[in-house]
Design a protein around this ligand. Structure first.
Ligand code: SF4
Length: 281
């Protein structure tokens, strides 16, 4: 069960249908115009593909599982960044011309598990076999440096692998779009500059992508097969930055207490417990 409604200004959960019924007659609900609410509800409740997607590989696996299996509510404007991304994609989708494949979903197996993903566009460039793979990202602020964010680099590298494109013949770009402008950042090729500075190759080989998948994929797959999320104390440290933006944090932390108790009784190590809430002054 994913998100099923919004929290009102007092933190009370309200089903999508109830909030929309009010906004339709009043023009808005909790200060958000009906048109915006309606679009956000459509975006949040649209069908998602079964199985494991490239985006799921990049986030906290426990969040992926709990979001899929639990009913939860969020403040309406928490849905806005995803909505903004959808709007940008919808506007650009029709502009790629005939030479590009746009928003097509691809699937590939890795060690018996199916992974699916939907790069924003792929087009042939030049006269040979070269391809340009591009992903659009809507953002508040354009990146300051000429380097894409690391999770975005991983995402586009996995897309390249998913499409079986030759890494030597594929240009990969992450294009950031904000209200201030557009910044296209190509993944760098490794080498040495004329001043002797060594530049790491940002385009991953198939082996590098598969090593990454080996680390991430099986946790997601095991959760699906066992019908329960990876325990909080076993979530990778590198995934915990997601907690600051996690809509099911309360549920996660409540479950974590039971998980820690069970692990303790089974004599298993528990290296982490949820942070305590700071007292309000
Ligand atoms: S609170 Fe953190 S660890 Fe728990 S599900 Fe959310 S992101 Fe994952």
């Amino acid at each position: 069960m994913p998100q099923v409604g919004w929290l009102d200004n007092n933190g009370k959960p309200v089903a999508f249908a109830d909030a929309l019924a009010v906004s339709e007659t009043e023009g808005s609900w909790n200060g958000v115009p009906h048109e915006v609410l309606s679009l956000m509800a459509q975006q949040v409740t649209k069908e998602r593909p079964d199985g494991i997607s490239v985006t799921q590989l990049l986030g906290c696996p426990r969040k992926v599982f709990l979001e899929k299996t639990t009913e939860f509510y969020e403040a309406p404007l928490s849905n806005w960044p995803a909505m903004r991304g959808t709007l940008v994609h919808a506007i650009l989708e029709g502009q790629s011309g005939d030479g590009a494949t746009v928003e097509e979903r691809y699937e590939k197996q890795h060690r018996g598990v199916t992974i699916s993903g939907q790069p924003d566009s792929v087009r042939a460039v030049g006269k040979g076999k070269k391809r340009l793979l591009r992903d659009w990202k809507s953002t508040n602020k354009l990146p300051q440096y000429d380097s894409a964010y690391s999770s975005h680099k991983l995402q586009v590298n996995i897309y390249r692998w998913l499409l079986d494109l030759d890494p030597r013949l594929t240009e990969i770009e992450v294009v950031y779009i904000s209200m201030d402008g557009v910044k296209a950042i190509a993944l760098k090729r490794g080498g040495t500059t004329k001043y002797g500075r060594v530049i790491a190759d940002e385009v991953m080989t198939d082996e590098q992508v598969e090593d990454y998948l080996d680390k991430r994929l099986f946790v997601l797959d095991a959760q699906n097969k066992q019908g329960k999320p990876v325990a909080y104390h076993n979530v990778d440290e590198e995934d915990l930055w997601n907690c600051n933006f996690c809509p099911i944090k309360n549920l996660c932390y409540n479950l974590a207490a039971d998980e820690a108790r069970s692990a303790f009784l089974a004599d298993e190590p528990v290296k982490r417990v949820p942070p305590r809430k700071r007292k309000e002054k």
